[in-house]
Structure formats: structure tokens, C-alpha cells
Write a protein that binds this ligand. Structure first.
Ligand SMILES: NC(=O)c1ccc[n+]([C@@H]2O[C@H](COP(=O)([O-])OP(=O)(O)OC[C@H]3O[C@@H](n4cnc5c(N)ncnc54)[C@H](O)[C@@H]3O)[C@@H](O)[C@H]2O)c1
Length: 238
């Protein structure tokens, strides 16, 4: 039943951050299997609904537009995110707050928009793109690590709240992936990271997207609850 909700209806999939990188590859994967996909992003683009996931009013407005366009959301992919590099002793509160606002609070705000209707229809999938850094940490990334660890913890708690109504909440924690996101990271950091990876290379978005399709599939994803799957070049072995 891949690509279809039980009952045969085409699923509606919302991908935040779907204008670029991992989110764009996931959106393409769902489109390819016949789902109806809506992209929410801060970056403008054809068919994209504008949102700043860190802003409560913006999220409410964007999801109202989604409901008007496609009705109830069956699958939510939280992929919007940002990454900067700074050692803690040099980090401004502004940089810390911005990372937490986008990478953690943004997940909360978007989940809050969809869980009620998903519970009501007794079917839903929420998949958040966390990071392996949320499990193992990274130098110069205390803010990002805290946000991603928070997203993983939050997803477990939300999974407990809503799984009785057949709404399944999980995370994907990719390793380093070649996208515009890592442009903000120093070449030294990337070279050191590559050297530490068992596969010796970063991944590409097309190597992450199938994990999201699996978690959203029925029956393939039906038993994943509060899990964190790791397409990560061997960076973390939980
Ligand atoms: N690339 C990696 O190495 C890597 C590794 C692990 C996890 N991740 C996570 O994967 C997700 C996707 O990252 P990516 O690598 O595809 O990056 P990307 O920069 O290619 O895509 C991120 C998208 O999020 C959007 N975005 C950023 N802030 C936003 C906001 N406030 N509101 C709405 N949209 C916003 C951007 O416009 C962009 O389209 C992120 O959550 C990131 O933390 C990336």
C-alpha cells in the first residue's frame, strides 16, 4: 500500500524545508509515488507556501493555507532547519536562540498544527529530520546538537501521546549530507568529519529520502514508533 492511505485515497504530504536539499528529495520521492505534496519553506518557489517555522503566526497561516489547498495532512515531514558553527564560549544568545527557534520550536509548532486532525482520522505520520549530531554531538555545534537532541526527545514523547490513535511519530538522523546547509561549515570541519566516517564520504539527499518513504509507508512503516533511523555513513551506531 505504499503511497496510499488505507482506503485507497491519495495521501497529502507536507514537507517543511522542502525547497532544498533533503526536504526537496523527500518531496520528490512522495510525488513520484503519487502522493499530493505541499512544500512549506522560507525560500520562495513555484507552488511553495511561505512559512517561517519559528514564527507561531506564520505557521498557523501556512497550515490554514495547506488545509484550504489539500484538506487534512496525512504525513508531515519536518525538514526545515539551519546550521551555523560557533564554539560555545564565542556564541551569542541570538545565535543560540535562532537555532533553537528554527530547529526545535519549529518542529513543535508544525506538529501542533497536524496532530489533532490526524488523531481524528486515526491515521497520520510525522517524520522529523533530526541529525546524528543530536545523538553524538559535534565541536562548534552545541546549539544545533541541543536542538536536534530536543527534536528526538520531543518525538518520543509525542509518539507516546498519539500512537494510540494510529499517529506514528519518528525521526531520521542523517549523517553529513551534501546540501546547501553544510556550506556554512568550515572546510576543516568537513575534512575532519569525512576522515572519521566509516564510509569515508558524505551522503546525498537521494540516499536519505527512501527512509522517509519507508516510515510513511503502510504497512512498511506501521511498527515504527518513536524511533530514530540513521542513514549516517556509519557515524553513529546506537
Ligand atoms: N545536510 C546535512 O548534513 C544534514 C545532516 C543531518 C540533518 N540535517 C537536517 O536536515 C534538514 C534539511 O537540511 P538540508 O541539509 O536539506 O538543508 P538545506 O539548507 O538544503 O534545506 C533546508 C531548507 O529549510 C528552509 N528553512 C530554513 N529555515 C527555515 C525557516 N525558519 N522556516 C522555513 N523554512 C526554513 C531553507 O529555506 C531550506 O529550503 C535540516 O533540519 C537539517 O538540520 C542535515
Amino acid at each position: 500500500m505504499t503511497g496510499r492511505r488505507p482506503g485507497g485515497a491519495t495521501r497529502t504530504v507536507v514537507v517543511t524545508g522542502g525547497a532544498s536539499g533533503i526536504g526537496a528529495a523527500i518531496a520528490e520521492g512522495f510525488r513520484a509515488q503519487g502522493d499530493s505534496v505541499v512544500v512549506l519553506d522560507r525560500a520562495p518557489g513555484p507552488g511553495v507556501i511561505a512559512v517561517d517555522v519559528a514564527d507561531e503566526t506564520s505557521v498557523r497561516t501556512a497550515f490554514a493555507a495547506v488545509r484550504e489547498r489539500v484538506g487534512t495532512v496525512d504525513v508531515l515531514i519536518n525538514s526545515a532547519g539551519l546550521l551555523t558553527e560557533s564554539r560555545l564560549e564565542d556564541m551569542s544568545l541570538e545565535v543560540w536562540n535562532e537555532t533553537l527557534a528554527v530547529d526545535l520550536t519549529g518542529v513543535f509548532l508544525c506538529c501542533r498544527e497536524v496532530v489533532g486532525p490526524m488523531r481524528h482520522q486515526r491515521w497520520g505520520r510525522i517524520i522529523t529530520i533530526a541529525s546524528q549530531l543530536g545523538i553524538k554531538g559535534g565541536v562548534g555545534l552545541t546549539h544545533y546538537t541541543a536542538a536536534k537532541a530536543g527534536a528526538i526527545g520531543m518525538s518520543k514523547a509525542l509518539a507516546l501521546e498519539v500512537s494510540p490513535d494510529n499517529v506514528l511519530v519518528n525521526c531520521i538522523a542523517p549523517g553529513p549530507i551534501e546540501t546547501p546547509l553544510v556550506d556554512g561549515i568550515s572546510e576543516d570541519w568537513k575534512a575532519a568529519k569525512r576522515a572519521e566516517l566509516p564510509l569515508g564520504r558524505f551522503g546525498v539527499p537521494a540516499e536519505v529520502a527512501p527512509t522517509a518513504l519507508l516510515l510513511a509507508s503502510d504497512p512498511g512503516g506501521n511498527l515504527f514508533v518513536g524511533q530514530t533511523l540513521g542513514p549516517n555513513s556509519g557515524d553513529v551506531m546506537p
